[in-house]
Design a binder for this molecule. Structure first.
Ligand SMILES: NC(=O)c1ccc[n+]([C@@H]2O[C@H](COP(=O)([O-])OP(=O)(O)OC[C@H]3O[C@@H](n4cnc5c(N)ncnc54)[C@H](O)[C@@H]3O)[C@@H](O)[C@H]2O)c1
Length: 339
């Protein structure tokens, strides 16, 4: 089997490359490196001792896509490529709509030309908005509050509309909860540009001395300790979820949606405490006001993926904290400079 991974040099894509290569799947990556480094793929190749075909370029480039499909035998596409920062999406919405929607539309058009009908899409728990109850199942109502989230929901809608008329396709929408951690080798991990938007990279950058203090946005939520609760999923578990989703592609046509989460929520303070204990480090933090758009609690009901994909997240919060620190402490400047 040969798969094309768009955005495969990025955080989740690079971890997924490892799982696929370990299953002897041939991997072709297209990435414009707008938020990643080719070093991630070099390291994936050294971890697995297998080769990746890498094409540097934009998924919206039709001719480039045609040249990839023309070379042949692409059995399916996992579409990771996209811009993903909620705050930034409020500032440059047109770039988010252009990048995140046109990349999907272009891919689907070219895949049709080459009769490639297997498509896995990186969606997000953000499409559930502020859920009325917990845990969240796949049939919950959908709503979004920012341009990034809207691109995810619009992509899902595009794929649902497309499938209505192309029901010989096989489409899987994977709704990720909060991906965190790093490969246990410490060779690949999350390498955000600028100030991190997410909690754990922020904590690791405080720990490594790049940032002074962690800001905790609100301790007056309706949760046991007042801080927000999220479903943190180890990126290796998430990557394995993609390998598991390939089973759905083998069965025949369909459009299937799965939550990829652990089913367990942890608060910001629980994350800070666990990180400090596991790594024997002190994290300075201060409580600041709530961040606009944040919700109190969000965690998945992953039982559909557990049953239908025979997949379950196995790593816990301690593994997540240990592996995230292993990556950050060995690569204080991410892929730019290593010790
Ligand atoms: N990390 C999260 O918290 C999270 C949560 C839910 C969903 N997702 C989604 O999962 C996917 C992967 O996320 P990630 O965390 O690995 O992000 P990432 O930024 O590390 O990876 C995305 C990759 O896509 C590339 N890219 C972006 N636009 C491109 C284009 N037009 N052409 C070619 N390459 C392009 C970037 O260079 C990057 O390597 C994204 O679609 C993201 O929205 C991520």
């Amino acid at each position: 089997m040969k798969l094309l991974l768009t955005g495969g040099a990025g955080y989740i894509g690079s971890h997924t490359c490892i799982e696929l290569l370990n299953l002897d799947i041939d991997v072709v990556v297209i990435d414009n490196l707008s938020n990643s480094s080719y070093h991630s793929l070099e390291r994936v190749q050294s971890i697995t001792d297998k080769n990746i075909t890498f094409i540097e370029g934009d998924v919206r480039d039709k001719e480039l896509l045609r040249s990839i499909f023309r070379q042949g035998d692409i059995d399916g596409v996992i579409h990771f490529a996209g811009l993903k920062a909620v705050g930034e999406s409020n500032e440059i919405p047109l770039q988010y709509y252009d990048n995140n929607l046109n990349s999907t539309i272009t891919l689907l058009q070219i895949m049709e030309e080459y009769d490639c009908r297997n498509f896995i899409f990186s969606s997000s728990a953000t499409v559930y908005g502020n859920p009325e109850k917990l845990p969240i199942t796949e049939d919950f109502p959908l709503s979004v509050t920012n341009p990034y989230g809207r691109t995810k929901l619009m992509n899902e809608d595009i794929l649902r509309d497309f499938y209505k008329v192309k029901n010989n396709w096989n489409i899987v929408l994977l709704r990720y909860f909060n991906p965190v951690g790093a490969h246990p080798s410490g060779l690949i991990g999350e390498d955000p540009n600028g100030i991190p938007n997410n909690l754990l990279p922020y904590i690791t950058q405080v720990a490594v001395g790049k940032l002074g203090k962690l800001n905790i946005f609100g301790d007056d939520y309706d949760t046991p300790d007042g801080t927000g609760i999220r479903d943190y999923i180890h990126v290796v578990d998430l990557a394995k979820g993609h390998a598991a989703a390939l089973q759905k592609l083998k069965i025949g046509s369909g459009l299937n949606i799965f939550n990829l989460g652990t089913g367990r929520g942890y608060s910001v303070l629980e994350m800070v405490d666990t990180f400090s204990k596991v790594n024997n480090l002190k994290i300075d933090y201060q409580i600041v006001s709530r961040r606009e758009g944040d919700i109190a609690s969000c965690y998945a009901d992953p039982s559909k993926a557990n049953k239908e994909l025979n997949w379950k997240a196995i790593y816990g919060l301690e593994d997540i904290c240990r592996d995230a620190w292993n990556w950050q402490s060995n690569n204080p400047n991410g892929y730019k400079k290593t010790r």
